[in-house]
Design a binder for this molecule. Structure first.
Ligand SMILES: [Zn+2]
Length: 195
């Protein structure tokens, strides 16, 4: 997320914005980091659509905003299930909140090469080719099926999160040299107790 702290004029306008205070305090989950095997195994399908799942979705949004991410998949909070949340506005627009249960890409078109990062691999980024447009079929938190189309950053977020549900990390889309370099650096950080 870019730093928005600029001039005093900019800060003056924030007074007119209505901050969305959560109605209930949310659980902020710690984010599982690369190296944990849960990140590299496929999640189980969601079968129970109950209030617990609704709570989980809201806690995941809160955890994602706290970590300044635009997407979060359940395996990243230690839950091996096919469930993810996405909000490419970073919490600025409540209508941009997307909950994906058992999502699948049903159509993909075009290619965009853009830098990508992951909350589970903090501090590292790499260029990944993703479709420019995707159509995703999923279920909402109540289990109702829906289809959603994403373009550019939203398409990228959908693909990145669906990858997570299949145990795939963005590192796997990088060239071997770049991938090995990141893995070596992480290994070093882990030895130093900083990972
Ligand atoms: Zn990720």
């Amino acid at each position: 997320m870019p730093d928005k702290s600029t001039s005093s004029k900019a800060t003056a306008t924030t007074a007119t914005e209505t901050p969305q205070a959560p109605a209930v305090p949310r659980k902020i989950y710690p984010i599982v980091k690369y190296g944990d095997p849960i990140l590299e195994k496929p999640g189980a399908g969601v079968t129970k659509f109950d209030s617990e799942l609704e709570e989980l979705a809201e806690d995941m949004f809160a955890s994602m905003y706290a970590a300044q991410g635009v997407g979060l998949a359940a395996p990243q909070i230690g839950k091996s299930m096919r469930f993810a949340v996405v909000d490419v506005t970073g919490g600025k627009n409540p209508e941009a909140k997307i909950i994906l249960a058992n999502p699948e890409v049903t159509h993909a078109e075009g290619e965009v090469r853009e830098e990508e990062g992951c909350l589970s691999i903090p501090g590292f980024r790499g260029y990944v080719i993703r479709p420019q447009f995707v159509t995703v079929k999923a279920q909402n938190v109540k289990g109702e099926p829906f289809e959603i189309r994403g373009e550019n950053m939203l398409a990228r977020a959908f693909c990145h999160e669906i990858d997570h549900l299949n145990g795939i990390l963005f590192l796997q889309h990088l060239g071997m040299l770049k991938r090995d370099l990141i893995k070596r650096k992480i290994k070093k950080l882990r030895k130093q107790g900083e990972w």
